[in-house]
Design a protein around this ligand. Structure first.
Ligand SMILES: [Zn+2]
Length: 263
C-alpha cells in the first residue's frame, strides 16, 4: 500500500499540529464524508473554513483506493469530538448514509476503497500497538457516521475482499455457456471499466444462485434484458447499459445472454 504524504497532496496547516501521546491511543474511528463527490481538497476546505488548524482526519481513503496521509498517527486528529487524544480517525470518500436530504447515496463501496481501508487500518495498528478497538464514529458518540450503507462490520473484521480478475469472470461465464468468445470479452473488459464491472457483478450472482438457460432466447430485447438484470440487483444504471447496447451489438448480445441465463 502506498500512502500519499500530506506534503505531496498539499495539506495546509494553519496552526501547528499537536503531537499525539501514542501510548494512550486505544482506538481507530472510521468516518464517511456524507458527500458523494467531495475529494480530499474539498474536505480540507470544509475543515479550514470551520476554523480548524488543518484537515482533520489522520488518514483518508479515496474511492479508487488511494490512501492519503492527513495529520498522520503522530499528531492529534479532529474526528471524534473531545476524544481525539486517544482515537485515530480514518475518513472515507463518499456518502454511505441513506436518506440525507438532497444528497445522493454513493454506490456500494468499491473493492479498491474497501481493501485500502483494511490495509491502512492494519498499517496503523502495526505502528500503534496499544489500539484495541476499531469502530465507526458512531461507536464513540451519537452520530450516524459512517452511515448505514457503510460496510462497517465487514471492515472491522479485517478481512480483505477477494478481487476478481477479468479472466476469473470470463472463465466462469464461458463454462456456463453465457459467453462463447472469451478473448473478445477479456479485451472488452480490459478496455471498458463498465463492462468489467458488469462481469464482476454477474459472476457472484450466478455463483450464488446458479441458474441455467431455462427458456433459451426468451429474452429478445436488450431493454428487457436490462430490466431483468436490474431487478436482480446486478446492474444499477439501466440508462448506461441501454446506451451501450445501442452502440455495440456485442454488449447487446451479452446482456441478453446474461438475462436469459437467470430468467
Ligand atoms: Zn465521522
Amino acid at each position: 500500500m502506498e500512502i500519499i504524504s500530506n506534503k505531496a497532496w498539499g495539506m495546509i496547516v494553519k496552526t501547528p499540529l499537536e503531537p499525539q501521546k501514542l501510548s494512550r491511543v486505544d482506538a481507530i474511528a472510521i468516518h464517511h464524508m456524507a458527500s458523494p463527490t467531495a475529494n480530499i481538497k474539498e474536505v480540507q476546505s470544509w475543515h479550514l473554513n470551520a476554523g480548524w488548524r488543518a484537515f482533520g482526519y489522520n488518514y483518508w481513503v479515496d474511492f479508487d483506493g488511494t490512501v492519503y496521509e492527513g495529520r498522520g498517527y503522530a499528531y492529534i486528529g479532529a474526528g471524534v469530538e473531545d476524544q481525539n487524544d486517544h482515537i485515530i480517525s480514518i475518513g472515507f470518500a463518499g456518502n454511505y448514509q441513506s436518506g440525507l436530504d438532497g444528497i445522493a447515496l454513493s454506490p456500494p463501496m468499491s473493492d479498491a476503497q474497501f481493501n485500502a481501508g483494511i490495509d491502512i487500518i492494519e498499517w496503523v495498528r502495526q505502528r500503534v500497538p496499544s489500539i484495541t478497538k476499531v469502530g465507526g464514529h458512531k461507536g464513540f458518540m451519537a452520530t450516524a457516521c459512517p452511515g448505514d450503507a457503510f460496510p462497517l462490520a465487514e471492515m472491522i473484521s479485517g478481512k480483505r475482499r477477494e478481487t476478481l480478475s477479468v479472466t476469473d469472470c470470463t472463465n466462469e461465464l464461458l463454462w456456463r455457456g453465457i459467453i462463447t468468445n472469451q478473448p473478445l470479452w477479456n479485451a472488452a473488459a480490459a478496455a471498458d471499466q463498465d463492462i468489467f464491472w458488469l462481469l464482476k457483478k454477474y459472476y457472484p450472482y450466478i455463483i450464488k444462485n446458479g441458474g441455467s438457460v431455462k427458456n433459451p432466447l426468451s429474452v429478445s430485447e436488450s431493454g428487457q434484458a436490462v430490466a431483468i438484470l436490474q431487478k436482480q440487483g446486478i446492474l444499477s444504471k439501466p440508462a448506461l447499459w441501454t446506451e451501450k447496447a445501442l452502440r455495440d451489438q456485442n454488449v447487446r448480445w451479452l446482456l441478453i445472454k446474461m438475462a436469459d441465463y437467470i430468467n
